[in-house]
Structure formats: structure tokens, C-alpha cells
Design a protein around this ligand. Structure first.
Ligand code: NAP
Ligand code: F7E
Length: 330
């Protein structure tokens, strides 16, 4: 075995998994990643872009496969990013969401605990601002922080709250190094097309090139604290380098509506009034909405020295510029 540090990432084919693989490779890690399914459509593209990653076949709902993955990787650091992560989808698939996003975390923690190496492994759990819910009564003016009250508003948020607490419980019960990152929305050119920011930047690029007449969205008033994914995976890594396991919010401390995002995205291609290019359909609205999310990242900034580099206009601009090229690719 080489003297390199070893990391195991679940959810490696997702947005954050890709950014984190790149970061850990640049830091000299041996990177292992979980790949699920007998024929994962994302596998080929992933291998082409990240040839340095060792893929291990496993699924968060299959405890035996997770034990194998922990054994084979001999990981020093386990990053649990795998999840059913789309809030709208979680309303339509609540049981699957509970199995993967909630119980999958328990399965992985148990795999680490029973591997005989739990004293040596540092574990990161991908918690989320969706656990707060964005209601008037629990929303501090300065933004949600690590001690704010939780009130999840979707099957996804509820599953993540179980995951958050079982992760903390393994830290407290078994002395395992388990850190949780309560991350507010983070986006970028690797964001899935099913999320609103990427749906908008892809749509704006298509409209600009005459490939699509308009965008069809749900509600435009909800507000989110949107940062750049590349900045946030750096924070995940910093949490596992800290001298003790803890909980940290990563956020920008600013909140913007979907309409604000649309204004900047259309301006990038010279369109000032976008109202004729956006239609709304209840299909993209949720049974319960999270109205406004704003995070307070001061603990991560002070304790870890974490700082985001990309601001909101910079984020929108880089996503639109990327998609203006990407939509023309064969
Ligand atoms: P994403 O792009 O949706 O990726 C989700 C990943 O989970 C994919 O790699 C997917 O693999 C994997 N996965 C799904 N079901 C699985 C299963 N049964 N077993 C193993 N893996 C499975 O998510 P992301 O944006 O990168 O987010 C990473 C994590 O952070 C997620 O846990 C998410 O809930 C959380 N989070 C995200 C944000 C954000 O704004 N991005 C904010 C807070 C927290 P396939 O390719 O096989 O589908
Ligand atoms: O929705 C509204 C929608 O799906 C943002 C996940 O990474 O961040 C993400 O969850 C807002 C919501 O992200 C459409 O109703 C309008 O108010 O991009 P989203 P999300 O729900 O905030 C959190 C932190 C996570 O943890 C999650 O894993 O946009 N919206 N029209 C729309 N949303 C979508 N997806 N599509 C629309 O057409």
C-alpha cells in the first residue's frame, strides 16, 4: 500500500463528488468512489473524465456492499455524498428517499464501525439547509447557524434530519470522528439539469442559440443562499482536517430569488426583459415550499478559515458562459 492518504466518496458521480475527486487527487489522495447499479449510465463519462478514481460497486441500501467498499478502499476519510437529493422527486418517491438518504447513512456508519478501523476513519456527512425549512418562526435575521431550530418541509429534508442526527449519535456514542456539513445550495457547471439554476442556464443558452423557445419553471419567488460547489467541497475537506469532529454551516450569507437568478442569467446574453421567455407550470411546484434560506457561515470562517471565493453574479456568469458552449457540443 502506498503512503498516500485514502478517501472513499459515495455519490462520486454527482456534482459534489466530481469536484471533491478533483480536489483530493490534486492533494495527492488515492480516491475511491462508489458506483451503483449493474449499468450506471454515468459510468463511462465519469471514467473518461476521472481516470484516477478507483470505482467500487456498492449501493447505500446494501449493507454488505458497503462493508466491502470500506474494506477494499482502506479509507482514512469517508465522504458520504450519496443521496436521493432532489426535493421535488422526494415528494414522489418518499420511501426510496428514506431508504437511501436516511437509512443509507446508518448502513455506511455501521460498515465503518464493523470494519475494525473506526478509530482511524474520519467520516463526513452531507447535511443540508433543507433541514431548517425557511419558516418565519425559526429564521434568525442573520441567517441559520449550527444551533438553529430544524423544521424540514419535504421527505428529503426529513430524511436528511435523521441522517444528521444518526451521524452525530455515532460521534457521541462510539467516539467516531464524524463531521457534519450543513451546506446551503451550491451550484456550478456540473449541477444536474433537474435543479433550477442549471435548468435556467442551460435554457438561457438554448434560447440564445435558437434551440428552445422558452423555459418552463415552477414558483419564482423562493429565495436561496446560492454558492459555488468548488468552494464548498474545499470546506468539506477542511472539516475532516480539523482537530475534532464538529458541525459546520457553509453558506454565502446572501439570499436571492429565482427571479433574481433569471435576471442575471438572461442579462448575460443581452436580454433585459425575460418575462416572455419564462412560463410556469404547477408540475414544478412542491406540496410544501421552503420560502427563504439564508445561512450564517461565521463558524466555518472563524474555526476552519473557510472562505467562499465565487459571488452570486460570478456564479451565474460562469454557469451561463459554460452552457453557451455546452449546448452546442455534439
Ligand atoms: P447529486 O448531484 O444529486 O448526486 C447524488 C449522488 O448520489 C449521485 O452520485 C448518485 O449516483 C448517488 N446515489 C443516489 N442513490 C444512491 C444509492 N442508492 N447508493 C449510492 N449512491 C447513490 O448531489 P450533489 O448536489 O452532488 O450533493 C451531494 C450531497 O450533498 C447529497 O447528499 C445532497 O443531498 C447534499 N447536499 C447538496 C447540496 C447542494 O446544493 N448541491 C446542499 C446541501 C446538501 P448515481 O449517479 O448512481 O445516480
Ligand atoms: O430548487 C424552485 C423550487 O431543486 C430551488 C438540492 O441540492 O439544495 C437543493 O434543493 C428552488 C425551489 O433546489 C423550478 O421550488 C422553481 O424553491 O434547484 P432546486 P432545492 O430544492 O433548493 C438543497 C440545499 C439540497 O440539499 C438539495 O439536495 O427553485 N423552482 N422552478 C424549481 N426547482 C426545480 N428543480 N425546477 C424548476 O423548474
Amino acid at each position: 500500500m502506498s503512503g498516500k492518504k485514502r478517501a472513499l466518496i459515495t455519490g462520486i458521480t454527482g456534482q459534489d463528488g466530481q469536484h471533491l475527486s478533483e480536489l483530493l487527487d490534486a492533494k495527492g489522495y488515492e480516491v475511491y468512489g462508489l458506483i451503483r447499479g449493474q449499468r450506471n449510465a454515468r459510468r463511462e463519462a465519469f471514467v473518461a473524465e476521472f481516470p484516477f478514481v478507483h470505482l467500487v460497486e456498492a449501493d447505500l441500501t446494501d449493507p454488505t456492499s458497503l462493508l466491502d467498499a470500506v474494506r477494499v478502499s482502506e479509507a482514512d476519510e469517508v465522504y458520504n455524498l450519496g443521496a436521493i437529493s432532489h426535493v421535488g422527486y422526494s415528494f414522489r418517491n418518499p420511501q426510496l428517499t428514506a431508504d437511501v438518504t436516511a437509512k443509507g447513512v446508518l448502513n455506511l456508519l455501521e460498515a465503518v464501525r464493523s470494519s475494525g478501523r473506526s478509530d482511524e476513519v474520519r467520516f463526513y456527512q452531507a447535511s443540508t439547509s433543507e433541514m431548517f425549512g425557511g419558516l418565519d418562526y425559526n429564521r434568525p435575521g442573520t441567517g441559520y447557524h449550527e444551533e438553529s431550530l430544524f423544521h424540514p418541509r419535504s421527505p428529503y429534508g426529513v430524511a436528511k434530519l435523521y441522517a444528521h442526527w444518526i451521524a452525530k449519535n455515532y460521534r457521541e456514542s462510539y467516539g467516531m470522528f464524524v463531521a457534519t456539513g450543513i451546506l446551503f445550495n451550491h451550484e456550478g457547471e456540473r449541477r444536474g439539469l433537474e435543479f433550477v439554476t442549471r435548468k435556467i442556464t442551460d435554457g438561457v443558452a438554448r434560447i440564445h442559440h435558437g434551440l428552445q423557445p422558452h423555459l418552463v419553471l415552477g414558483d419564482l419567488w423562493p429565495k436561496r443562499d446560492w454558492g459555488y460547489a468548488g468552494d464548498y467541497v474545499r470546506g468539506m475537506w477542511q472539516m475532516l482536517q480539523h482537530d475534532e469532529p464538529d458541525d459546520f454551516v457553509l453558506a454565502t450569507g446572501e439570499t436571492h430569488s429565482i427571479s433574481d437568478f433569471l435576471t442575471l442569467a438572461f442579462a448575460e446574453v443581452g436580454i433585459e426583459d425575460w418575462t416572455n421567455y419564462v412560463k410556469q407550470d404547477p408540475e414544478f411546484m412542491r406540496p410544501a415550499e421552503v420560502d427563504i434560506l439564508l445561512g450564517d457561515p461565521r463558524k466555518a470562517e472563524t474555526v476552519l478559515g473557510w472562505k467562499r471565493e465565487v459571488d452570486f453574479p460570478g456564479l451565474v456568469s460562469r454557469m451561463v458562459q459554460h452552457d453557451l458552449q455546452a449546448v452546442l457540443a455534439p
